[in-house]
Design a protein around this ligand. Structure first.
Ligand SMILES: [Zn+2]
Length: 123
């Protein structure tokens, strides 16, 4: 799977351009949302990954600014930082809106996380 960079993500349409009647409009995830299952195919198309396969221990450091936190809708999207460094990149087949997805594995749980890609938040 192709490794993508911030430059690739910058070419995605801003979420504000999502048509209200697009099938992906039901995915509300300006900030990181827990979803019961990753949406995936056929609604979305897998575009690539932000993971560096050569890095077996990607950082857990988060990048924030202006008081944002992990779940903040305005938190920066920074490919080199957690959790973006373990994300897969998906895009709506109809309108091209981009999504990031990763899965947290805890001792007793699996947590699928989804966030839309707003190019204005890329760092
Ligand atoms: Zn769409």
């Amino acid at each position: 799977m192709a490794r993508l960079t911030a430059e690739d993500l910058r070419r995605l349409p801003p979420p504000a351009k999502t048509p209200a009647d697009c099938a992906c409009a039901t995915l509300v995830c300006a900030g990181w949302e827990s979803v019961s299952a990753p949406p995936g195919e056929p609604l979305l198309q897998h575009r690539g990954t932000l993971r560096d396969d050569a890095d077996e221990d990607p950082t857990l450091t988060e990048l924030h600014e202006g008081g944002t936190r992990y779940e903040s809708p305005r938190a920066p999207i920074a490919a080199a930082y957690y959790p973006f460094n373990r994300c897969e990149v998906w895009a709506c087949r109809a309108c091209g809106r981009g999504f990031l997805q990763y899965t947290e594995f805890g001792g007793y749980y699996v947590d699928h996380r989804l966030r839309e890609i707003d190019p204005a938040l890329l760092r």
